[in-house]
Write a protein that binds this ligand. Structure first.
Ligand SMILES: NC(=O)c1ccc[n+]([C@@H]2O[C@H](COP(=O)([O-])OP(=O)(O)OC[C@H]3O[C@@H](n4cnc5c(N)ncnc54)[C@H](O)[C@@H]3O)[C@@H](O)[C@H]2O)c1
Length: 320
């Protein structure tokens, strides 16, 4: 890991997976900062309406595994934000071949196109899923890596490929290992995380189920902070892999209380048996990202949840 200097010029950015939850929030930040943005997304799990507020960007509907389309998207690009992926443990167990093709071969297609087009900067997306069973808290970059799902394994392969291309071809490469990201544009599909699942159930006045005693803890980081981390990393000279969370943790019981307080909805809570493979506690050590590119989360959970619950109410109404 090396540390930062600042770049301030306007850039042309390619955001793969830019129609997705986190990608669209990165697009928003780049757009606000007046950078030129190209999005490459095949809408596997993304939504073109996420990009509706940004009419001036270039949207290419296509697959990162498609060499021709990736080469078209790479024309004149300064920085790649690589988020396109088959996302989540469950999807990877249901569709392991597709997971590997997108997360490994797709990443290689992006890297090969970068090499051919002399693009020298990438901020790529890894996951806390690469660690597998958690052994120490907080989780720093030296925590043992031992993924226990196809998704964790392919995100690790993707991370290693990005860093290897960095060494081989002088590409400045940063991989950000996200913990539990939540926030605006996070929808409620079958592969969703706990916050959108609870939001969906609460807004629809359905009971919510907590697996285990609810005293397990998670590090929830707001998508605005994740978007800023991507931006700061891109504008710095940092390279290497960094853990990215909020640096704080909360129990699932407390999370439900906060979601209830911020939305004014009192859910009926039931408790189910703990899910096999679920870790008891999770917390990111974010000091390396702070040192390397000045990352500092600024959205506190209560404020972020209030904003998310408001967004979710509208999104669910529109989907009816
Ligand atoms: N949400 C989290 O908590 C979390 C945690 C760790 C890592 N991540 C990583 O963050 C990134 C973004 O995830 P997200 O939560 O925004 O999910 P998402 O599903 O909303 O975003 C993924 C995007 O990639 C696109 N995509 C998928 N396959 C593609 C392909 N072959 N070609 C082009 N586009 C393709 C999808 O259509 C979607 O827009 C992913 O790389 C994911 O692994 C997310």
């Amino acid at each position: 890991m090396s540390s930062s200097n600042s770049r301030s010029n306007l850039i042309k950015a390619l955001v793969t997976g830019g129609a997705g939850f986190i990608g669209s929030n990165i697009v928003k930040l780049l757009y606000q900062e007046q950078h030129e943005v190209v999005v490459l997304d095949n809408l596997l799990s993304g939504y073109q309406e996420n990009l509706a507020p940004f009419p001036d960007i270039c949207f290419i509907q296509g697959d990162i595994r498609d060499e021709k389309i990736v080469n078209t998207a790479m024309q004149g690009v300064d920085v790649v934000f690589h988020l396109a992926a088959s996302v989540g443990n469950k999807r990877s167990i249901d569709h392991p071949i597709e997971d590997a093709e997108i997360n490994v071969i797709g990443t290689l297609r992006i890297l090969e196109a970068m090499r051919q087009h002399n693009v020298s900067r990438i901020v790529s997306t890894s996951s806390a899923g690469i660690f597998g069973e958690l052994k120490t808290l907080p989780i720093d970059e030296l925590h043992p890596i031992d993924p226990d799902s196809p998704y964790g394994a392919t995100k690790l392969a993707s991370e290693k490929l990005v860093l290897a291309y960095g060494k081989l071809y002088g590409i400045q490469a940063v991989c950000l290992r996200y913990f539990n990201v939540y926030g605006v544009n996070q929808r409620f599909d079958a592969y969703g995380n706990v916050i959108p699942i609870f939001a969906y159930q609460m807004i629809n006045h359905k009971p919510i189920t907590i697996f285990g005693d609810g005293e397990q803890t998670r590090d929830f980081v707001n998508v605005y902070d994740v978007a800023r981390a991507n931006y700061l990393a891109a504008m710095s000279d940092a390279s290497g892999a960094f853990n990215l969370g909020s640096g704080t943790r909360i129990t699932i019981n407390h999370l439900v209380e906060l979601m209830s307080q911020t939305s004014g909805i009192k859910p009926q809570v039931t408790y189910g048996p703990p899910r096999p493979g679920d870790v008891r506690h999770s917390l990111a050590d974010i000091s390396a990202a702070a040192k390397a590119f000045g990352y500092e989360p600024i959205v506190d959970l209560k404020t972020g949840l209030a904003e998310y619950m408001e967004w979710a109410k509208v999104a669910l109404k529109e989907a009816e």
